[in-house]
Design a protein around this ligand. Sequence first.
Ligand code: AVJ
Length: 315
Amino acid sequence: MLATPDTDTEADPAFRADVLAGLAEPTPAIPARWFYDRRGSELFDDITRLPSYYPTRTETALLEEIMSEVDALSADNCAVVELGSGSSTKTPLLLRGIQPKAYVPVDISGDYLRESAAVVDKDFPDIHVYPVEADFTKPFALPPEVAELPKLGFFPGSTIGNFVPRSGTDLLRHFRDILGTGARLLIGMDRVKGIERLLAAYDDPEGVTAEFNLNLLHRINRELGGDIPVDAFRHQARWNDILSRIEMHLVAKRDVSFSIDGHSFSFARGSSIHTENSHKYGPRGGRVLLLAGGWTPLREWTDEDGDFALILAEA
Ligand code: AVJ
C-alpha cells in the first residue's frame, strides 16, 4: 500500500477556487482575505506601524480615550465577542476598560487564536476566555457558557471596509443573528478624507504595502504551484470616488503569461488584478450601513481630525 499523502502541504481548496475563478473574470480580482498567510500577516503588522498608515494608531488612541464612556454604556458582566481577533493590541484596552465576565475571540487562524487567548487568559485572570476557531463570515455557534450573558460584539480595524456595502450589510445582519437581539456592537470605520492622505496610507514610501500586495502572487506560486513572474507586476493604490473606496491593484508592467496548476492566464501590459477594496464612510453613510445591517447607532466617537470613527450600536 502507498502511504497517504501529506495533507498538511495541500493548499486550501477555497484559496485555489477563489484564485482560479477570480483571475478568469472579465475584471480579474482576488478576495482580500487571502493576503493573510504568515508572511502577509507579518507585513500587515508592519503596515500598522508606518507613519503614513494612520488608521491603527488613530483607532487605538481613540479607543483609549472613550473607554470610560463605552464602559458606562455597556452592560455589567457581559461577554465580549471579538470578530476576527488576529493579533490585536486593542483587545486589552477594551477588556481593561469594561471588565467583562467573558471574552470570546473568533478567528479563522487557529495559531493566532490560541496565541491571543493565552495572552488574555494570563493577563486577565478574572475573565473567562472561550476561543472559537471559525470564519466569522460563516455561521458559527457561541460557546454555551456565554448564552445567558449580554453580548458586546467588537469589530475594530475598519475591517468592514473590505466588504462592498451589499456584503457588508449581510455581514452585519449575520453578526446580529449570532449575537442576538439586544446585543451591542462596537465597530471601527475609516472616514473619507483628503485623497493624498488616503493614497499615502495605501502606497507608503517605504514600500511595505507594495510588498504586502505582491506577497499574494508569491503565495499563489508557493501554495498553488503557480509560475507567476512576480517582478512583472507592480503595486498600485487607486481612489475610486464614486464608490468611496481605496482599491489596490497589481498592474502588469509588460505583457505577461503564466500558469497556475495547469490553468493558463495572460495579462496585457497595464491591465490589473484587483486585490482589495477599503471603503471609506462619511458620518451619515456609516450609520446608514449599520441601520441597513440591523444595528441602531447609539453613540459615535471620532478623533479630533475626524479621521476614524468608533460607533456603538444596538441590535
Ligand atoms: C485590515 C482591511 C483594515 O483596509 O486598511 C492595509 C488592510 N490593506 N493596507 C485596510 C490594508 C492595505 C486594512 N484592513
